[in-house]
Ligand binder design. Structure first.
Ligand code: GTP
Ligand code: MG
Length: 163
């Protein structure tokens, strides 16, 4: 089954949007298989592209494709600024569908009805992350979750949701 990694970013946690954001994926009918509140451990990393700086292995790995972008230092500062909510969700077409529920990267361009369209105004504070491919979904879940933290289960509503 397809999996995606969804992360409520520190602004989503600080603004009290955790329940609202989780609820959108639950109501859609996807299956939650992993959930934790997590503060990225910050280390003074010599290997970091921004060296010397305080950053986090998790964030550097997660956003490694963006490490040459001018906004990368700001992005790492943002994601490590407070606790995030890490989630694994499962379902048919969950990767693309979650990206639609989340909306465009720039919240001012995100459609009303999407999470970013309804709840955010700036790209640098866009409250939630969603994997951009099934491969990255698997990679990101493996990065943020340890073995034993994911839960395989059958929702009671499954026959009412899936024919
Ligand atoms: P994620 O789901 O977080 O991966 O966002 P995305 O897939 O919609 O966008 P992308 O992967 O291109 O960028 C990752 C994150 O970097 C964005 O969600 C923003 O938080 C941040 N970001 C991207 N572009 C900019 C920018 O121009 N300025 C700032 N400050 N942050 C940016
Ligand atoms: Mg992305």
């Amino acid at each position: 089954m397809e999996e995606t990694y969804i992360m409520i970013k520190p602004d989503g946690v600080q603004r009290g949007l955790v329940g609202e954001i989780i609820s959108r994926f639950e109501k859609k009918g996807f299956k939650l298989t992993g959930l934790k509140l997590f503060k990225c451990p910050q280390e003074l990393a010599e290997v970091c592209a921004l060296s010397p700086c305080f950053c986090s292995y998790f964030c550097r790995e997660h956003y490694k494709d963006l490490n040459s972008k001018p906004f990368f230092p700001k992005l790492i500062g943002y994601i490590t600024s407070g606790p995030v909510v890490c989630m694994a969700w499962e379902g048919d077409g969950v990767v693309a569908s979650a990206r639609k529920l989340i909306g465009a990267t720039n919240p001012l361009q995100a459609e009303p009805g999407t999470i970013r369209g309804d709840l955010a105004v700036q790209t640098g504070r866009n409250v939630v992350h969603g994997s951009d491919s099934p491969e990255n979904g698997k990679r990101e879940i493996a990065l943020w979750f340890k073995e034993g933290e994911l839960c395989e289960w059958t929702p009671a509503q499954a026959p009412w949701l899936l024919e």
